[in-house]
Design a protein around this ligand. Structure first.
Ligand code: CTP
Length: 416
């Protein structure tokens, strides 16, 4: 359980922070909320108080009835300070979400004119801000300079999403990310007691589908969205690992705290994976590299006047190349998309052929799972057994995959 301090400033997205406070509380964290006076115009303090079970503070001059404690903790007996620095000192991470343009400016300028800004200035725990505002306000040089200043001082800035904005149905960059993404970011950043199971581990995850150019505008590709790989990267970061995500044509944002390297072709993916693999203890090869590439990509756009014969040659098998160069203690997980029938047998043959420790088998004959879907059902095929993971959200499936990896690594360690 982490002690999370949530700062809410004045913006329409403040209602989304309620969801975040609820998700964090349900995840077992102790949450205290600081609201700016303007935030109270959007959401009432009583809503947050109901969700987190603790009073909301707004002014640096009011007393904290809980004396700087988080839900579930005893307050400091016999001591009744004006608690303006207590929460900042006691928290494991401080996230400001939404951070309005005005609050971002105040934080960048070091202002201390409310409980939120004062606490932010005094806080030495990891600090995160999630700006959310109109896209023109976000893009303005002043806001960007303020965010750059915060980043320079070690504050993690969680980029807003692009999409429908609150005002008059406008679209643009400025949306507060989903509560799950914010929670994952603050959990990854929080420095709370009790080591996480993957602290100190480096994890390499590949995601998405590669594209092999036919000419400057066309390519051979596949339908992999990268969702499964992203869910795995997020789950590994949550366990404390330092995670590198090699993303092949992934349109989705990377989980916060995850290092992302974008690639396009199988050859790019192979080169980056080869560079990154030696420093990793665990590789999860969730990407779908194209198996074939045109023998030679045309230099200019092909005309439709002529008929087209494409000559394809196989791409390099990245996984096999990495397995061949593995060091002791490295765990390698491959993925297999099979179409019905004796899929488990074929996955087990693939496990042996590729020399991986685990194959995550997807039955692609079921259209409700895999590819662009947010759900998946897999079978985890290891040398000695297979475990079926029933259909669930990709986040849940990711946790199950990592649980199995953890077991395999514990078994390998015990045997060595
Ligand atoms: N893979 C890879 N390099 C490729 C193609 C696939 O490393 N060029 C990886 C995938 O990321 C996945 C695993 O290999 O983790 C299985 O991919 P798949 O295409 O199903 O396996 P193939 O070796 O192509 O086997 P087959 O075509 O016989 O099914």
């Amino acid at each position: 359980m982490a002690r999370l301090l949530l700062g809410v400033s004045g913006g329409i997205a403040a209602y989304k922070s309620l969801e975040l406070a609820r998700a964090a509380t349900l995840a077992g964290h102790g949450v205290r909320v600081l609201m700016t006076p303007n935030a109270l115009r959007f959401v009432g303090a009583a809503s947050f108080e109901g969700v987190v079970g603790a009073p909301v503070l707004t002014s640096e001059f009011e007393r904290d009835p809980m004396r700087g404690a988080f839900p579930g903790e005893p307050g400091e007996a016999g001591h009744d300070p004006i608690g303006h620095l207590e929460l900042a000192a006691n928290c494991d991470a401080f996230l400001v979400a939404p951070a309005s343009a005005n609050t971002v400016a105040k934080l960048a300028g070091g202002f201390a004119d409310s409980m939120l800004t004062t606490s932010f200035l005094a806080c030495t725990a990891p600090r995160l801000v999630a700006p959310a505002m109109n896209d023109r306000m976000y893009a303005d040089a002043a806001t960007q300079a303020n965010l750059a200043a915060l980043r320079e001082r070690g504050v993690e800035v969680i980029e807003p999403d692009e999409g429908l904005l609150a005002s008059r149905g406008e679209r643009g960059r400025g949306r507060l990310p989903d509560p799950e993404r914010l929670l994952a970011a603050v959990e990854a950043a929080a420095s709370w007691e009790g080591a996480r199971p993957w602290d100190g581990l480096s994890v390499l995850v590949t995601a998405g589908g590669t594209r092999e150019p036919i000419d400057p505008v066309r390519f051979i590709g596949n339908r992999s969205s990268g969702r499964m790989g992203i869910a795995i990267a997020a789950a590994a970061a949550k366990r404390g690992a330092s995670v590198t995500l090699i993303a092949a044509n992934v349109a989705l944002p990377a989980p916060a705290g995850v290092r992302r390297i974008d690639v396009e072709t199988t050859a790019d993916l192979e080169r980056v994976a080869r560079e990154e693999f030696p420093a990793s203890q665990i590789l999860l090869m969730a990407a779908a590299p194209a198996d074939f590439r045109p023998e030679a990509a045309a230099e200019s756009k092909l005309s439709r006047d002529a008929s087209l014969d494409l000559s394809l040659k196989p791409t390099e098998d990245i996984l096999a190349g990495l397995v061949a160069n593995r060091a002791p203690g490295q765990t390698i997980v491959g993925f297999a998309a099979e179409h019905g029938g004796d899929a488990v047998e074929r996955a087990r043959a693939k496990l042996a052929r590729k020399g991986a420790d685990l194959i995550v088998l997807n039955d692609v004959s079921d259209p409700t799972i895999g590819f662009e879907s947010t759900e998946n059902a897999v079978t985890l095929v290891a040398a000695t057994d297979e475990v079926e993971i029933p259909k669930a959200a990709k986040d849940t499936v990711a946790e199950a995959i990592l649980d199995r990896v953890e077991q395999l690594r514990a078994g390998a360690q015990a045997a060595s």
